[in-house]
Design a protein around this ligand. Structure first.
Ligand code: URA
Length: 302
């Protein structure tokens, strides 16, 4: 339990056990064992939340009403890039997981950007629940993600995991992908990461669109201005686009700061902005929000 103002998502997630436990016990009886175990892990060792989360069994809170499904997402008519291989017709009996796996295999050897295909270790496809209601979209894999073949596993990814947990979910409840599936190559002799170029993101976008079409999330979250630019095809200024709803095709899209920005700027005010964006997402999804969650990263007097 927190006594003073919080200064990190570490502290925020440490109270999730209490909050969610109360909400779920009131709403639908005691927590399932998998939820309890996941939340107890957070409560007893919030620092451990910095490590990639073990695959938990916890599910998103259940909803009483079936949700309206958005209409199919047409692949952009003006998209210049073609799929890496002809798209086989999906078997009506195929699950979303099977369709995602078929898509992953189709692009495993993608060579549309020879500079990226020549330097990558992995095509970093995406990770999470193939039927997720919430999908996070970043810009491109960094060195850690390229090495491991999974998006958001480096420091920024660990912070994203804490944000997801502070929302009351596990990483395996949501889906995480990038606009660009290959690590942007660096000039010879240079280390670090570079921003994906608009032409690289435009080439890869049809691939993300197919992922979204299969998963059909109820909400998308763009992490950072570059991801927003990759999705909407025009430059974005984060302080102008965050905190309000946009649409990607017919799916509600929230923009928020990239976790790497929060690592560089540790102020409570910036963390609160991201958290407010996440509260809007929870509201849109109709999921419970505790009083404690509402108060994260607010100055003590408020
Ligand atoms: N930043 C991103 O945008 N994506 C990743 O996968 C990792 C860091």
């Amino acid at each position: 339990m927190l006594a003073g103002p919080m200064n990190s998502f570490d502290q925020a997630v440490s109270v999730v056990y209490d909050a969610l436990s109360a909400i779920r016990t009131n709403a639908s009886g005691p927590l399932p064992r998998a939820d309890r175990a996941a939340l107890e892990r957070l409560a007893s060792a919030p620092e451990a939340a910095g490590a990639p989360a073990p695959a938990p069994e916890a599910k998103l809170p259940s909803r009483s009403q079936p949700e309206p499904q958005p209409a199919p997402i047409p692949v952009r008519a003006d998209a210049s890039a073609k799929p890496a291989a002809p798209e086989p017709a999906a078997e009506p009996s195929q699950s979303q997981a099977e369709r995602l796996e078929a898509l992953r295999q189709r692009f495993a050897e993608c060579g549309k950007c020879p500079n990226l295909a020549g330097t990558r270790t992995h095509v970093v496809f995406g990770v999470g629940n193939p039927e997720a209601r919430l999908m996070f979209v970043g810009e491109a894999p960094g060195a850690d993600e390229d090495r491991e073949g999974e998006p958001f596993v480096g420091r920024a990814g660990q912070l994203l995991t804490k944000i997801i947990q502070a929302m009351g979910y596990e990483r395996s409840d949501v889906y995480i992908a990038n606009v660009l599936k290959c690590r942007p190559d660096m000039p010879p002799g240079e280390t670090g990461n570079r921003k994906p170029r608009p032409d690289e993101m435009a080439t890869c976008l049809p691939y993300l669109i197919e992922q979204i079409e299969i998963i059909r999330p109820r909400c998308l979250v763009a992490l950072g201005a570059t991801a927003m630019e990759g999705l909407l095809g025009e430059p974005a200024v984060m302080r102008q686009v965050r905190g309000r709803w946009h649409k990607f095709r017919d799916i509600p899209l929230m923009a928020t700061y990239h976790p790497a920005y929060l690592l560089r700027n540790q102020s409570m005010a910036e963390k609160r902005k991201v958290w407010e964006d996440m509260l809007l997402v929870l509201e849109k999804l109709g999921d419970p929000i505790s009083a404690k969650q509402r108060g994260y990263f607010l100055p003590k007097s408020q």
